[in-house]
Design a protein around this ligand. Structure first.
Ligand SMILES: Cc1cc2nc3c(=O)[nH]c(=O)nc-3n(C[C@H](O)[C@H](O)[C@H](O)COP(=O)(O)OP(=O)(O)OC[C@H]3O[C@@H](n4cnc5c(N)ncnc54)[C@H](O)[C@@H]3O)c2cc1C
Length: 387
């Protein structure tokens, strides 16, 4: 259609898919490039908080949460399996969060993209992008658009040409993520529906029902903890730290897992001319709040709103988007960065700190700021408690 605005989006993860759908729904002509031969997600679950859910609702894709698990509480347990913090969720006035299998979420977004008219090109790797709106592909093709969105993940190749990284830190901690079938053997019946986080020494186990049948497990440890980061999972080593989870850890040993080291990244600016960085390419965070994907989706929706607001040139709209989004995203990043320290504390000090945190509602509200944020259009968001 003549006069239609055009976008080339690089990366079919949560950020790229969300931005592509939202722009196409606002009348843009959108092409999405994914370097892999298909759009796929790793075999794990994901926490989708209120901001992610509100984004899915705004895209008309609430059915992404169909079959998701809706837990009653998040509980942290100490090395003796005693509850040290309990956050009630999903009740009136409480934070909303569901857990879902990543392939179901990505599959729903791919369907949404196709329905919205996005052209998805798999096996299409981008190698360079320029602020004048030029994108160069591995195939040798050069394409031009009103805006280029680099949603190519924390190791963004498109970002490498520009001096925009303000801070990047590898956390020296990471996690094995895997899925096992749910079973009554793993935890007592009263705990089965909860989201449970177990601490012991410098290791953590995250127990996350993510559908009626699937249980997502994350095993968090220091990068140099050789036996804890080994794949397949070393059930004996993990059971030494968590004897009460022996049945679960033995099931994990038979599952296909993937280790990822956590990263933190901030940029000096999120855009240059007609080129914008979004999602993990702009603001990666360690997953202690389960908000990297939520922030990516929330911010991508805000980007589409900002770009579709008439009256100013594209580079100005991108700056407006950053101005609107950056405070809540960076606030969330700061919190997730701080929370890494919990892993490094002795068991007794950690328990005392978490117990004190549970008794401080303002602290809890601050930590949950992004989770309570909802889009209101024009790239702006509301509903968050004060910083
Ligand atoms: C252990 C762990 C647990 C987490 N848990 C949660 C959670 O519970 N909730 C939550 O919200 N977040 C969570 N996160 C964070 C979340 O997974 C990320 O923030 C989110 O997936 C980032 O999405 P993205 O689209 O920005 O990047 P990515 O998911 O990395 O997607 C980038 C895409 O770009 C493609 N690509 C890369 N380079 C190119 C190129 N040159 N050309 C074309 N395509 C390219 C890649 O193949 C990929 O498909 C977790 C992260 C980790 C490590």
């Amino acid at each position: 259609m003549p006069g239609k605005h055009s976008a080339e989006v690089v990366g079919a993860g949560l950020a790229g898919l969300t931005a592509a759908i939202a722009l196409a729904q606002r009348g843009w002509s959108v092409r999405l490039h994914e370097r892999d031969s298909e759009v796929r997600a790793i075999g794990a679950g994901i926490y989708v908080w209120g901001n992610g859910l509100a984004t899915l609702e705004a895209l008309g894709l609430s059915d992404a949460a169909t079959g998701a698990h809706v837990g009653p509480a998040l509980e942290s347990r100490d090395h003796r399996n005693r509850t040290i913090e309990r956050v009630p969720i999903n009740g009136p006035g409480q934070p909303r969060v569901v857990t879902i299998m990543r392939d179901h979420l990505i599959g729903t977004l791919v369907r949404g993209a196709k329905d919205a008219g996005v052209e998805i090109r798999t096996g299409s790797e981008a190698v360079e992008a320029h602020p004048d709106g030029t994108l160069i592909l591995r195939s040798g093709e050069t394409v031009r658009a009103d805006v280029i969105l680099a949603a190519d993940g924390v190791n963004s190749r498109l970002r490498r040409h520009y001096d925009v990284v303000a801070r990047r830190a590898r956390m020296k901690q990471g996690a094995i993520r895997l899925t096992v079938p749910q079973s009554a053997e793993y935890v007592p019946a009263a705990d089965r529906d909860k989201y449970l986080e177990y601490f012991s020494g410098r290791r953590r186990v995250l127990y996350t029902p993510s559908s009626e049948t699937s249980l997502y497990v994350a095993l968090v440890a220091d990068e140099d903890d050789r036996e804890a980061s080994r794949i397949p999972v070393d059930a004996a080593a993990w059971t030494r730290s968590f004897p009460h989870l022996a049945a679960l850890l033995s099931a994990c040993a038979g599952a296909t897992g993937r280790w990822d080291t956590f990263e933190f990244l901030t940029l000096t600016r999120w855009s240059l001319g007609r080129l914008a960085f979004l999602g993990d390419a702009a603001h990666a965070q360690p997953p202690y709040l389960g908000q990297g994907g939520g922030c990516a989706m929330m911010s991508a929706l805000g980007l589409a709103d900002a770009l579709s607001t008439p009256g100013s040139p594209v580079d100005q709209r991108l700056r407006d988007w950053e101005y609107a989004q950056r405070p809540v995203v960076e606030h969330t990043q700061r919190w997730s960065y701080r929370l890494r320290k919990l892993n490094n504390l002795p068991d007794t000090a950690r328990s005392a700190l978490l117990h004190a945190g549970a008794l401080a509602p303002r602290l809890g509200a601050s930590r949950m700021r992004a989770a309570r944020t909802v889009p209101t259009g024009h790239g702006r968001f509301a509903g968050a408690p004060p910083l």
